[in-house]
Design a protein around this ligand. Structure first.
Ligand code: URA
Length: 434
């Protein structure tokens, strides 16, 4: 096959066959197709897009470029959730044990934080001893016995995506809906799940800044799922301010434990319960929506979900004592209040800038290779639409290194807008797609 011809076809807006697309993915994964040709192809896709049949074939080729987990011998519906990422988004830590307590099987493969967004693996690793690198056999055992497993991407799952993503990152082809959708779906479908729920975030802290693009991404992923007989649902949710009250790894674990105990902030609790209800629905296990809400609330309030979280921490080598005693988690050497300069109402909190402030304290990484400090971060006392007096604390900064403090404070000053007048709070759940 002459790859230059395929690049030319795509450049000129023609349609490629499933066989041609598979040949491109396979040759690139095996190292036969050089980066410069794949880069040209990706740029052609950026401008010419792919039709649904092409995208299904491209995603399938990526999915089968490596190991595809098979959990069919495990009883029960295997369902996962994927979030497109945000600031303070610790939903997975609460959702996986809650969904397991509700009877679902959750084989969750998560990622690390990059830039202003956090990652589930970094949060889990702030729990002393927690090991996200479990062999596939053990991962299966955990899902079977405890109802969930929480691991990181293995080199064997969708290796085509790993190579393609690295190339997209340096060729300005990340921001392309078919390429994002195929990247996410190839990894998720390789987890051996029966169904998937997407949390597509929109707003200042999200990958998608406007709801039109968020809907288009969600629809594209739902269609890819349908092409492979995997039902997919999506919620479009607000990420125009941080989710919950904490940003930073061990601080977010503490907030997750509080939420698992039924004492979490309303936005975090609501979004988590809504997503688990969608998981039950997509798995065909939802009889009555109101009843499911009540039952999930009960599983938080009576400690059932927290017990499962403690069990999975222990099973993956971590210290389950953190669930009763947050002092066992890493904590920062210093704290300082960040206060309002003037009285008024908090008009907006730019989530991306808040994420960058936390990154500057050491909670995140600029480059994949960077180390993070699990202890540092931010704890909000006031969020959007709250009244503040001059000098009143809006949040507490947890930090270890004085050198990072001034930059983070400046960033927060830019991120938080105080003014006057009424605020129109957007709903947390902006749309539901299936
Ligand atoms: N997340 C992914 O996994 N892939 C993308 O392309 C973008 C975000």
């Amino acid at each position: 096959m002459l790859f230059v011809e395929l690049i030319r076809h795509k450049r000129d807006g023609q349609t490629l066959s499933a066989e041609q697309l598979k040949a491109l993915v396979d040759a690139y994964t095996d190292g036969e197709l050089p980066d410069y040709q794949m880069a040209a192809f990706l740029m052609a896709v950026y401008f010419q897009s792919m039709n649904p049949e092409e995208l299904a074939a491209w995603t399938e080729a990526m999915l089968f470029s490596g190991e595809v987990l098979d959990f069919s011998d495990i009883e029960g519906a295997k369902v996962d959730k994927h979030s497109t990422g945000g600031v303070g988004d610790k939903v997975s830590l609460i959702l996986a044990p809650l969904a397991a307590a509700a009877g679902l099987k959750v084989p969750m493969i998560s990622g690390r934080g990059l830039g202003h967004t956090g990652g589930t693996l970094d949060k889990l690793e702030s729990i002393p001893g927690f090991d996200v690198n479990q062999p596939v056999g053990r991962f299966k055992e955990l899902v079977d016995q405890l109802g969930l497993g929480l691991i990181g991407q293995t080199g064997e799952i969708a290796p085509a995506d790993k190579k393609l993503y690295a190339l997209r990152d340096v060729t300005a082809t990340v921001e392309c809906i078919p390429l994002i959708a195929s990247s996410i779906m190839s990894k998720k479908l390789a987890e051996g799940i029966d169904a998937l729920v997407l949390d597509v975030k929109v707003g200042s802290g999200a990958f998608m800044k406007d709801i039109g693009r968020a809907r288009e991404l969600a629809r594209t992923m739902i269609d890819i799922g349908a092409s492979m007989d995997r039902p997919v649902r999506a919620l479009i949710t607000d990420m125009d301010q941080p989710l919950g009250l904490t940003v930073g790894n061990s601080l977010e674990v503490i907030e997750s434990i509080e939420t698992l105990r039924g004492e979490g902030p309303d936005d975090l609790t609501q979004i988590t319960i809504e997503l688990v209800v969608e998981m039950l629905d997509v798995a065909g296990q939802l009889d009555d929506r109101d009843q499911a809400f009540k039952e999930l609330r009960r599983l938080l309030d009576d400690g059932s979900a927290l017990k499962i979280f403690a069990d999975i921490i222990e099973a993956q080598g971590g210290d389950p004592g953190v669930c009763d005693d947050p002092n066992r988690l890493p904590s920062a050497a210093h704290t300082v209040e960040f206060c309002a300069d003037e009285p008024g109402v908090i008009r907006s909190i730019n989530a991306e800038q808040v994420g960058v402030a936390a990154l500057e304290l050491g909670a995140g990484r600029r480059k994949k290779e960077d180390d993070i400090d699990p202890a540092v971060g931010l704890v909000f006392h006031k969020k959007r639409a709250a009244q503040v007096a001059a000098g009143e604390p809006i949040l507490t900064i947890h930090y270890n290194d004085d050198a990072n403090l001034e930059g983070a404070k400046q960033r927060l000053r830019q991120a938080i807008e105080i003014g006057t007048g009424d605020i129109n709070e957007p709903p947390l759940i902006l749309d539901r797609l299936k």
